[in-house]
Design a protein around this ligand. Structure first.
Ligand code: F6R
Length: 268
């Protein structure tokens, strides 16, 4: 797990956007896993800027979103399909037919979950999965107690998540209590994960995820079992990490490798 700490959410989002852009440039036919919520907004606006100003080409990219609220039609302003159109898809040249957000109005969620998994497999699996994290340590809507082997299915939102998301709906009462979500097992199968977290309200969840035990009580901690995870944090979200000094060391080692300058080797 690589932990990158930037001074601000803006700097962290630019760093994350560079990672996504590098993949899209190297592998124009690729499958991205995407998240919604407040956290990836700046990442998406940076990708839009890269598309508009630098010609970043999404024409052959396929996307799969993590989750969707049950019962909300795509036209609902708080549906995740609406969010993705407004904050990313409408501003880049992705083919909308290649964008997938779970259908919150599916009638048979068990069958639909299997179908979504099959669609991901048919697309060759997810190359890079963008993730946020809940204050209760969830990834996607895998609330505490979710099986770490879970697949796409229906989940009940935890009370913390309902409270956190009330800001988007105007009141707690209006927040849907059910969502269809990729499982932890689905996420662990993506080839790379890129988790973003900003703000002091994420600091406990981030410390538990990176430095705590792997536990279904903090589903993001399952990422410790994944072989290629990058966490991009701002200072506030990183504030409770005990091994901060080491993460900074790793980053300066990466810079040394990039520049080829190893200070412990005397120049001749
Ligand atoms: C959204 C999602 C959720 C959010 C998490 C953080 O698709 O899967 O796990 O990433 O709830 O939400 P924000 O970014 O609003 O703090």
């Amino acid at each position: 797990m690589r932990v990158i700490i930037e001074s601000t959410p803006e700097a962290a989002s630019r760093r994350a956007a560079q990672m996504v852009a590098r993949l899209v440039r190297q592998k124009p036919v690729c499958t991205l896993g995407l998240a919604t919520g407040g956290t990836p907004l700046k990442l998406y606006s940076e990708l839009i800027r890269m598309h508009q100003e630098e010609g970043l080409d999404f024409s052959r990219v396929t996307t799969f979103n993590l989750d969707e609220y049950v019962g909300l039609p795509p036209s609902h302003e708080q549906s995740y399909r609406y969010f993705m159109q407004k904050n990313l898809f409408d501003h880049i040249n992705v083919d909308v037919r290649n964008t997938n957000v779970p259908d919150g109005r599916a009638l048979d969620f068990e069958k639909y979950g299997e179908r979504y998994e099959q669609m991901i497999a048919d697309a060759g699996g997810i190359e890079l999965q963008v993730l946020g994290i809940g204050t209760d340590g969830h990834i996607a809507f895998n609330e505490p107690g979710s099986s770490l082997g879970s697949r796409t299915r229906l989940k009940t939102l935890a009370p913390e998540t309902v409270r956190d998301n009330a800001r988007f709906f105007g009141s707690e009462k209006a927040v849907p209590r059910l969502a269809i979500t990729m499982g932890v097992g689905t996420i662990l199968e993506s080839r790379r994960c890129l988790l973003l977290a900003f703000g002091e309200n994420k600091a406990d969840a981030i410390a538990a995820t990176i430095e705590g035990p792997v536990t279904a009580q903090v589903t993001a901690s399952a990422l410790q079992l994944h072989r290629e995870v990058v966490m991009v944090l701002d200072e506030a979200a990183a504030a409770k990490l005990a091994r901060r000094e080491y993460y900074d060391e790793v980053e300066s080692a990466h810079r040394m490798l990039e520049t080829g300058k190893l200070p412990w080797i005397e120049e001749a």
